[in-house]
Ligand binder design. Structure first.
Ligand SMILES: *Cc1c(COP(=O)(O)O)cnc(C)c1O
Length: 433
Protein backbone atom coordinates (compact mmCIF):
# COMPACT_ATOMS: atom_id res chain seq x y z
CA UNK A 1 0.00 0.00 0.00
CA UNK A 2 1.20 3.52 -0.69
CA UNK A 3 0.76 4.65 2.91
CA UNK A 4 0.67 2.80 6.23
CA UNK A 5 -2.82 4.10 7.07
CA UNK A 6 -4.33 1.97 4.27
CA UNK A 7 -5.26 -1.66 4.96
CA UNK A 8 -7.78 -4.34 3.95
CA UNK A 9 -10.01 -6.06 6.53
CA UNK A 10 -11.24 -9.66 6.77
CA UNK A 11 -14.29 -8.82 4.63
CA UNK A 12 -12.04 -7.69 1.82
CA UNK A 13 -13.01 -4.06 2.36
CA UNK A 14 -10.62 -1.16 2.18
CA UNK A 15 -9.82 0.48 5.52
CA UNK A 16 -8.45 3.96 6.11
CA UNK A 17 -6.93 4.85 9.49
CA UNK A 18 -8.22 1.44 10.59
CA UNK A 19 -11.84 2.16 9.63
CA UNK A 20 -13.91 0.35 7.00
CA UNK A 21 -14.40 2.80 4.16
CA UNK A 22 -17.63 1.15 2.94
CA UNK A 23 -19.21 1.67 6.39
CA UNK A 24 -18.21 5.33 6.37
CA UNK A 25 -19.70 5.67 2.88
CA UNK A 26 -22.97 4.19 4.18
CA UNK A 27 -22.96 6.48 7.21
CA UNK A 28 -22.12 9.78 5.51
CA UNK A 29 -23.06 9.21 1.87
CA UNK A 30 -20.81 9.90 -1.10
CA UNK A 31 -18.88 11.65 -2.43
CA UNK A 32 -16.98 11.94 0.81
CA UNK A 33 -13.60 13.28 1.84
CA UNK A 34 -11.96 11.33 4.67
CA UNK A 35 -9.00 12.66 6.65
CA UNK A 36 -6.79 10.80 9.08
CA UNK A 37 -6.16 13.19 11.98
CA UNK A 38 -3.35 11.15 13.51
CA UNK A 39 -1.49 11.09 10.23
CA UNK A 40 -1.73 14.90 9.98
CA UNK A 41 -0.40 15.32 13.53
CA UNK A 42 2.32 12.76 12.96
CA UNK A 43 3.52 14.58 9.84
CA UNK A 44 3.50 17.96 11.60
CA UNK A 45 5.57 16.47 14.44
CA UNK A 46 8.01 14.89 12.02
CA UNK A 47 8.72 18.31 10.50
CA UNK A 48 8.74 20.16 13.79
CA UNK A 49 11.05 17.75 15.60
CA UNK A 50 13.44 17.39 12.67
CA UNK A 51 13.63 21.12 12.07
CA UNK A 52 14.27 22.09 15.69
CA UNK A 53 16.78 19.26 16.07
CA UNK A 54 18.65 20.34 12.94
CA UNK A 55 18.44 24.10 13.32
CA UNK A 56 17.47 24.93 16.89
CA UNK A 57 14.36 26.14 18.71
CA UNK A 58 14.28 29.27 16.55
CA UNK A 59 13.38 27.20 13.47
CA UNK A 60 9.69 27.05 12.68
CA UNK A 61 7.25 24.99 10.65
CA UNK A 62 4.50 26.88 8.86
CA UNK A 63 1.70 24.80 7.42
CA UNK A 64 0.89 26.04 3.88
CA UNK A 65 -2.82 26.04 4.52
CA UNK A 66 -3.89 26.37 0.89
CA UNK A 67 -3.35 22.58 0.70
CA UNK A 68 -6.41 22.03 2.93
CA UNK A 69 -8.05 24.99 4.60
CA UNK A 70 -10.93 24.66 7.06
CA UNK A 71 -11.31 25.51 10.74
CA UNK A 72 -10.27 22.15 12.15
CA UNK A 73 -6.96 22.24 10.26
CA UNK A 74 -6.04 25.55 11.92
CA UNK A 75 -7.06 24.15 15.33
CA UNK A 76 -4.73 21.21 14.77
CA UNK A 77 -1.90 23.58 13.80
CA UNK A 78 -2.55 25.64 16.91
CA UNK A 79 -2.54 22.57 19.15
CA UNK A 80 0.66 21.31 17.55
CA UNK A 81 2.31 24.70 18.05
CA UNK A 82 3.17 25.54 14.45
CA UNK A 83 2.55 28.62 12.31
CA UNK A 84 0.53 28.81 9.10
CA UNK A 85 0.73 30.41 5.66
CA UNK A 86 -2.37 32.03 4.25
CA UNK A 87 -2.84 33.48 0.78
CA UNK A 88 -6.21 35.18 0.98
CA UNK A 89 -8.63 36.90 3.30
CA UNK A 90 -10.73 33.74 3.25
CA UNK A 91 -7.90 31.62 4.63
CA UNK A 92 -6.96 34.25 7.20
CA UNK A 93 -10.56 34.65 8.29
CA UNK A 94 -10.96 30.87 8.62
CA UNK A 95 -7.82 30.71 10.77
CA UNK A 96 -8.96 33.54 13.03
CA UNK A 97 -12.45 32.02 13.39
CA UNK A 98 -10.81 28.75 14.39
CA UNK A 99 -9.00 30.58 17.20
CA UNK A 100 -5.62 30.60 15.49
CA UNK A 101 -3.45 33.54 16.53
CA UNK A 102 -2.91 35.73 13.43
CA UNK A 103 0.47 36.78 14.85
CA UNK A 104 1.61 33.24 13.95
CA UNK A 105 0.39 33.59 10.35
CA UNK A 106 2.36 34.56 7.23
CA UNK A 107 0.40 36.20 4.41
CA UNK A 108 1.58 35.16 0.93
CA UNK A 109 0.25 35.86 -2.60
CA UNK A 110 1.67 37.57 -5.64
CA UNK A 111 -1.20 40.04 -5.68
CA UNK A 112 -2.46 41.16 -2.30
CA UNK A 113 -5.27 43.65 -2.70
CA UNK A 114 -5.47 46.84 -0.63
CA UNK A 115 -8.40 45.20 1.15
CA UNK A 116 -6.30 42.10 1.98
CA UNK A 117 -3.53 44.27 3.39
CA UNK A 118 -5.86 46.47 5.40
CA UNK A 119 -7.77 43.56 6.94
CA UNK A 120 -4.64 41.55 7.72
CA UNK A 121 -2.85 44.45 9.44
CA UNK A 122 -6.02 45.30 11.36
CA UNK A 123 -6.19 41.70 12.62
CA UNK A 124 -2.52 41.68 13.62
CA UNK A 125 -1.02 39.43 10.95
CA UNK A 126 2.46 38.25 11.97
CA UNK A 127 4.17 38.72 8.62
CA UNK A 128 3.54 39.58 5.02
CA UNK A 129 5.69 37.73 2.55
CA UNK A 130 6.07 40.63 0.15
CA UNK A 131 6.15 39.79 -3.53
CA UNK A 132 7.03 43.10 -5.19
CA UNK A 133 7.76 46.79 -4.65
CA UNK A 134 4.29 48.01 -5.48
CA UNK A 135 2.90 45.91 -2.67
CA UNK A 136 5.63 47.01 -0.30
CA UNK A 137 4.58 50.65 -0.66
CA UNK A 138 0.92 49.82 0.01
CA UNK A 139 1.82 47.87 3.16
CA UNK A 140 4.04 50.72 4.36
CA UNK A 141 1.24 53.22 3.77
CA UNK A 142 -1.55 51.22 5.41
CA UNK A 143 0.65 50.16 8.35
CA UNK A 144 1.54 53.84 8.84
CA UNK A 145 -2.12 54.85 8.88
CA UNK A 146 -2.72 52.29 11.59
CA UNK A 147 0.33 53.34 13.57
CA UNK A 148 1.99 49.94 13.14
CA UNK A 149 5.41 48.76 12.07
CA UNK A 150 4.75 45.64 10.01
CA UNK A 151 7.01 42.57 9.95
CA UNK A 152 7.75 41.32 6.48
CA UNK A 153 9.84 38.83 4.57
CA UNK A 154 10.72 39.51 0.94
CA UNK A 155 9.95 36.78 -1.55
CA UNK A 156 13.04 36.22 -3.64
CA UNK A 157 13.21 34.28 -6.90
CA UNK A 158 16.49 32.36 -6.89
CA UNK A 159 16.40 31.27 -10.54
CA UNK A 160 16.12 27.51 -10.07
CA UNK A 161 14.17 25.13 -12.25
CA UNK A 162 13.21 22.18 -10.06
CA UNK A 163 12.26 19.97 -13.05
CA UNK A 164 8.80 19.31 -11.73
CA UNK A 165 5.65 20.09 -13.67
CA UNK A 166 5.63 23.64 -15.11
CA UNK A 167 2.55 24.71 -13.16
CA UNK A 168 4.17 23.86 -9.82
CA UNK A 169 7.66 25.26 -10.56
CA UNK A 170 7.89 28.68 -8.94
CA UNK A 171 11.57 29.49 -8.52
CA UNK A 172 12.49 30.37 -12.10
CA UNK A 173 13.50 33.95 -12.98
CA UNK A 174 10.44 34.41 -15.20
CA UNK A 175 8.04 33.16 -12.49
CA UNK A 176 5.03 35.31 -11.61
CA UNK A 177 6.14 35.08 -7.96
CA UNK A 178 8.73 37.20 -6.18
CA UNK A 179 11.66 39.45 -7.10
CA UNK A 180 14.57 37.91 -8.96
CA UNK A 181 18.19 38.02 -7.82
CA UNK A 182 19.46 37.79 -11.40
CA UNK A 183 17.74 40.98 -12.57
CA UNK A 184 18.88 43.05 -9.59
CA UNK A 185 15.28 43.49 -8.45
CA UNK A 186 15.83 41.44 -5.29
CA UNK A 187 18.57 43.78 -4.07
CA UNK A 188 16.57 46.81 -5.14
CA UNK A 189 13.48 45.78 -3.16
CA UNK A 190 15.64 45.01 -0.12
CA UNK A 191 17.07 48.51 -0.27
CA UNK A 192 13.60 49.99 -0.63
CA UNK A 193 12.22 47.96 2.30
CA UNK A 194 15.06 49.06 4.56
CA UNK A 195 14.21 52.68 3.82
CA UNK A 196 10.51 52.47 4.71
CA UNK A 197 9.45 53.73 8.12
CA UNK A 198 6.57 51.37 8.77
CA UNK A 199 8.26 48.22 7.50
CA UNK A 200 10.33 45.86 9.62
CA UNK A 201 12.30 43.68 7.24
CA UNK A 202 12.90 40.36 9.06
CA UNK A 203 14.46 38.39 6.24
CA UNK A 204 13.86 36.53 3.01
CA UNK A 205 11.63 33.85 1.61
CA UNK A 206 11.94 31.52 -1.34
CA UNK A 207 9.75 28.70 -2.61
CA UNK A 208 11.09 26.72 -5.51
CA UNK A 209 8.49 24.13 -6.33
CA UNK A 210 6.44 21.21 -5.21
CA UNK A 211 6.38 17.40 -5.09
CA UNK A 212 10.14 17.02 -4.59
CA UNK A 213 11.60 13.71 -3.48
CA UNK A 214 15.03 14.80 -2.35
CA UNK A 215 16.69 17.89 -0.93
CA UNK A 216 18.70 18.97 -3.99
CA UNK A 217 16.52 22.01 -4.59
CA UNK A 218 16.59 22.90 -0.89
CA UNK A 219 20.40 22.78 -0.98
CA UNK A 220 20.40 24.90 -4.14
CA UNK A 221 17.82 27.28 -2.70
CA UNK A 222 19.65 27.60 0.64
CA UNK A 223 22.98 28.14 -1.13
CA UNK A 224 21.66 30.91 -3.35
CA UNK A 225 19.71 32.56 -0.53
CA UNK A 226 22.58 32.44 1.98
CA UNK A 227 24.93 33.88 -0.64
CA UNK A 228 22.33 36.58 -1.29
CA UNK A 229 22.10 37.31 2.46
CA UNK A 230 25.87 37.54 2.59
CA UNK A 231 25.94 39.84 -0.44
CA UNK A 232 23.27 42.10 1.09
CA UNK A 233 25.21 42.20 4.34
CA UNK A 234 28.22 43.52 2.43
CA UNK A 235 26.40 45.85 0.07
CA UNK A 236 23.67 47.28 2.33
CA UNK A 237 24.95 46.46 5.82
CA UNK A 238 21.77 44.53 6.58
CA UNK A 239 21.81 41.01 8.04
CA UNK A 240 18.65 38.97 7.54
CA UNK A 241 17.49 37.23 10.71
CA UNK A 242 15.02 34.85 9.07
CA UNK A 243 15.19 32.64 6.02
CA UNK A 244 12.09 30.83 4.82
CA UNK A 245 12.81 27.98 2.41
CA UNK A 246 9.24 27.31 1.32
CA UNK A 247 7.53 23.98 0.92
CA UNK A 248 7.63 21.15 -1.42
CA UNK A 249 8.56 17.64 -0.25
CA UNK A 250 6.71 15.02 -2.28
CA UNK A 251 4.11 12.42 -1.42
CA UNK A 252 3.20 9.06 -2.93
CA UNK A 253 0.26 9.17 -5.29
CA UNK A 254 1.10 5.76 -6.77
CA UNK A 255 3.27 2.74 -5.95
CA UNK A 256 5.83 4.10 -8.44
CA UNK A 257 6.47 7.23 -6.39
CA UNK A 258 9.43 6.95 -4.03
CA UNK A 259 9.10 7.17 -0.25
CA UNK A 260 10.89 10.13 1.25
CA UNK A 261 12.41 10.21 4.73
CA UNK A 262 11.56 13.78 5.69
CA UNK A 263 13.42 13.77 9.00
CA UNK A 264 16.65 12.59 7.36
CA UNK A 265 16.27 15.14 4.56
CA UNK A 266 15.75 18.00 6.99
CA UNK A 267 18.76 16.87 8.98
CA UNK A 268 20.82 17.05 5.78
CA UNK A 269 19.43 20.48 4.90
CA UNK A 270 20.27 21.68 8.42
CA UNK A 271 23.81 20.45 8.10
CA UNK A 272 24.16 22.07 4.70
CA UNK A 273 22.91 25.40 6.04
CA UNK A 274 25.22 25.34 9.07
CA UNK A 275 28.24 24.56 6.87
CA UNK A 276 27.35 27.20 4.33
CA UNK A 277 26.85 29.86 7.03
CA UNK A 278 30.18 28.91 8.51
CA UNK A 279 31.85 29.29 5.13
CA UNK A 280 30.23 32.70 4.57
CA UNK A 281 30.84 33.93 8.11
CA UNK A 282 27.12 34.31 8.76
CA UNK A 283 25.14 33.49 11.85
CA UNK A 284 22.59 30.78 11.06
CA UNK A 285 19.30 32.59 10.41
CA UNK A 286 16.01 31.37 11.90
CA UNK A 287 14.83 28.90 9.31
CA UNK A 288 11.20 28.43 8.28
CA UNK A 289 9.79 25.60 6.19
CA UNK A 290 6.31 25.64 4.72
CA UNK A 291 5.06 22.15 3.95
CA UNK A 292 1.53 21.87 2.63
CA UNK A 293 1.04 18.75 0.54
CA UNK A 294 3.26 16.51 2.66
CA UNK A 295 1.30 17.37 5.82
CA UNK A 296 -2.13 16.44 4.50
CA UNK A 297 -1.98 14.57 1.18
CA UNK A 298 -1.77 10.97 2.34
CA UNK A 299 -3.98 11.82 5.31
CA UNK A 300 -6.81 12.11 2.78
CA UNK A 301 -8.94 9.77 0.69
CA UNK A 302 -12.03 10.46 -1.43
CA UNK A 303 -14.90 7.97 -1.50
CA UNK A 304 -17.40 7.78 -4.35
CA UNK A 305 -20.24 5.54 -5.45
CA UNK A 306 -19.81 4.01 -8.88
CA UNK A 307 -22.58 4.84 -11.37
CA UNK A 308 -22.52 4.17 -15.09
CA UNK A 309 -20.00 1.63 -16.36
CA UNK A 310 -19.64 2.12 -20.09
CA UNK A 311 -17.88 -0.30 -22.43
CA UNK A 312 -17.11 1.00 -25.92
CA UNK A 313 -15.95 -2.21 -27.67
CA UNK A 314 -12.66 -1.81 -29.51
CA UNK A 315 -12.10 1.61 -27.91
CA UNK A 316 -12.17 2.16 -24.19
CA UNK A 317 -14.10 1.74 -20.97
CA UNK A 318 -15.44 4.30 -18.55
CA UNK A 319 -16.33 4.00 -14.88
CA UNK A 320 -18.28 7.05 -13.73
CA UNK A 321 -18.40 8.22 -10.13
CA UNK A 322 -20.77 10.58 -8.31
CA UNK A 323 -18.22 13.41 -8.06
CA UNK A 324 -15.38 14.47 -10.36
CA UNK A 325 -13.51 17.66 -11.23
CA UNK A 326 -15.84 19.53 -8.87
CA UNK A 327 -14.16 17.82 -5.90
CA UNK A 328 -10.84 16.94 -7.56
CA UNK A 329 -9.71 19.06 -10.52
CA UNK A 330 -6.08 17.93 -10.36
CA UNK A 331 -6.05 15.54 -13.31
CA UNK A 332 -7.75 18.19 -15.44
CA UNK A 333 -5.26 20.83 -14.24
CA UNK A 334 -1.95 18.95 -14.15
CA UNK A 335 -2.59 15.41 -15.34
CA UNK A 336 -1.97 14.26 -11.77
CA UNK A 337 -1.62 10.57 -11.04
CA UNK A 338 -3.80 8.76 -8.52
CA UNK A 339 -4.31 5.26 -7.18
CA UNK A 340 -7.92 4.06 -7.28
CA UNK A 341 -9.48 1.00 -5.66
CA UNK A 342 -12.93 -0.51 -5.52
CA UNK A 343 -13.25 -0.48 -1.74
CA UNK A 344 -15.74 -3.35 -1.46
CA UNK A 345 -13.79 -5.63 -3.84
CA UNK A 346 -10.22 -5.47 -2.53
CA UNK A 347 -9.76 -9.25 -2.66
CA UNK A 348 -11.45 -9.67 -6.06
CA UNK A 349 -9.04 -11.76 -8.10
CA UNK A 350 -10.07 -10.50 -11.53
CA UNK A 351 -8.37 -7.08 -11.49
CA UNK A 352 -8.31 -6.84 -15.28
CA UNK A 353 -10.73 -4.09 -16.30
CA UNK A 354 -8.85 -1.20 -17.91
CA UNK A 355 -10.81 2.02 -17.81
CA UNK A 356 -10.88 5.77 -17.31
CA UNK A 357 -12.46 6.81 -14.04
CA UNK A 358 -14.50 9.90 -14.83
CA UNK A 359 -16.75 12.33 -13.00
CA UNK A 360 -20.28 13.51 -13.58
CA UNK A 361 -19.51 17.03 -14.80
CA UNK A 362 -20.36 18.18 -18.32
CA UNK A 363 -16.77 18.31 -19.55
CA UNK A 364 -14.84 15.67 -21.48
CA UNK A 365 -11.86 16.71 -19.38
CA UNK A 366 -13.67 15.72 -16.18
CA UNK A 367 -11.39 12.77 -15.56
CA UNK A 368 -10.08 11.55 -12.22
CA UNK A 369 -7.61 9.14 -13.78
CA UNK A 370 -6.94 7.34 -17.06
CA UNK A 371 -5.62 3.83 -17.54
CA UNK A 372 -6.87 2.45 -14.24
CA UNK A 373 -7.15 -1.28 -13.65
CA UNK A 374 -10.20 -2.30 -11.62
CA UNK A 375 -11.97 -5.61 -10.97
CA UNK A 376 -13.87 -6.67 -14.09
CA UNK A 377 -16.94 -7.11 -11.90
CA UNK A 378 -17.04 -3.34 -11.22
CA UNK A 379 -20.65 -2.15 -11.37
CA UNK A 380 -23.13 0.47 -10.30
CA UNK A 381 -23.31 0.74 -6.51
CA UNK A 382 -19.67 -0.23 -5.85
CA UNK A 383 -17.63 2.08 -3.64
CA UNK A 384 -14.59 3.67 -5.31
CA UNK A 385 -11.73 5.12 -3.27
CA UNK A 386 -9.22 7.62 -4.65
CA UNK A 387 -6.09 7.71 -2.50
CA UNK A 388 -3.86 10.61 -1.44
CA UNK A 389 -6.47 13.33 -1.91
CA UNK A 390 -5.86 15.25 1.31
CA UNK A 391 -3.99 18.08 -0.42
CA UNK A 392 -5.39 20.43 -3.06
CA UNK A 393 -8.69 18.58 -3.41
CA UNK A 394 -11.18 20.01 -0.92
CA UNK A 395 -9.31 23.32 -1.20
CA UNK A 396 -9.70 23.34 -5.00
CA UNK A 397 -13.28 22.08 -5.04
CA UNK A 398 -15.95 24.10 -6.83
CA UNK A 399 -19.68 24.13 -7.38
CA UNK A 400 -19.31 23.56 -11.12
CA UNK A 401 -22.59 22.22 -12.52
CA UNK A 402 -24.03 23.29 -9.16
CA UNK A 403 -22.71 20.13 -7.60
CA UNK A 404 -22.60 20.40 -3.82
CA UNK A 405 -19.17 20.05 -2.22
CA UNK A 406 -18.66 16.84 -0.19
CA UNK A 407 -18.18 16.87 3.57
CA UNK A 408 -14.80 16.38 5.24
CA UNK A 409 -14.97 13.63 7.83
CA UNK A 410 -12.02 13.24 10.19
CA UNK A 411 -10.95 9.86 11.51
CA UNK A 412 -9.20 9.59 14.84
CA UNK A 413 -8.48 6.38 16.76
CA UNK A 414 -11.62 4.58 15.60
CA UNK A 415 -13.82 7.67 15.95
CA UNK A 416 -15.21 9.67 13.05
CA UNK A 417 -16.48 13.24 13.13
CA UNK A 418 -17.55 15.88 10.64
CA UNK A 419 -15.04 18.71 10.18
CA UNK A 420 -16.84 20.28 7.21
CA UNK A 421 -20.52 19.61 6.54
CA UNK A 422 -21.84 18.47 3.19
CA UNK A 423 -23.22 21.39 1.18
CA UNK A 424 -26.98 21.31 0.84
CA UNK A 425 -29.10 22.45 -2.08
CA UNK A 426 -29.94 25.50 0.05
CA UNK A 427 -26.21 26.23 0.36
CA UNK A 428 -25.97 26.13 -3.42
CA UNK A 429 -28.44 29.02 -3.84
CA UNK A 430 -27.37 30.83 -0.65
CA UNK A 431 -26.12 33.93 -2.45
CA UNK A 432 -28.57 33.99 -5.33
CA UNK A 433 -31.03 36.89 -5.31
C1 LIG B 1 2.18 26.07 -2.23
C2 LIG B 1 3.23 26.67 -1.38
C3 LIG B 1 3.79 25.93 -0.34
C4 LIG B 1 3.46 24.49 -0.10
O1 LIG B 1 3.90 23.64 -1.11
P1 LIG B 1 3.68 22.07 -0.95
O2 LIG B 1 4.22 21.49 -2.20
O3 LIG B 1 2.21 21.87 -0.80
O4 LIG B 1 4.42 21.65 0.27
C5 LIG B 1 4.70 26.58 0.48
N1 LIG B 1 5.03 27.87 0.27
C6 LIG B 1 4.51 28.60 -0.72
C7 LIG B 1 4.90 30.00 -0.87
C8 LIG B 1 3.59 28.03 -1.57
O5 LIG B 1 3.09 28.75 -2.57
Amino acid sequence: MICENITVNEKGNLCFAGMDVTKLAAKYGTPLYLMDENRIRQRIRTYKNALTKALGEEAKVLYASKAASFCQMYRICKEEGIGVDVVSLGELYTAIKAGFNPAEAYFHSNNKTDEDIDFAIEKGIGYFVVDNEEELFVIDKIAGEKGKRQNILLRITPGIDPHTYEAVATGKVDSKFGSAIETGQAEQITKTALGLKNINLCGFHTHIGSQMFDSEVFFDGAKIMLEFISHIKNSLGYTAKELDLGGGYGVRYTENDPTIDIAANIEAVGKYIRNKCNELGLEVPSIRMEPGRSIVADAGMTIYTVGTVKRIPGYKNYVSVDGGMSDNPRFALYGSEYTIYIANKMNDKGQTFNCSVVGRCCESGDIIQENVTLPSSVCRGDIAAVLTTGAYNYSMASNYNRIARPPVVMLNNGEDYVAVKRESLEDIIRNDI
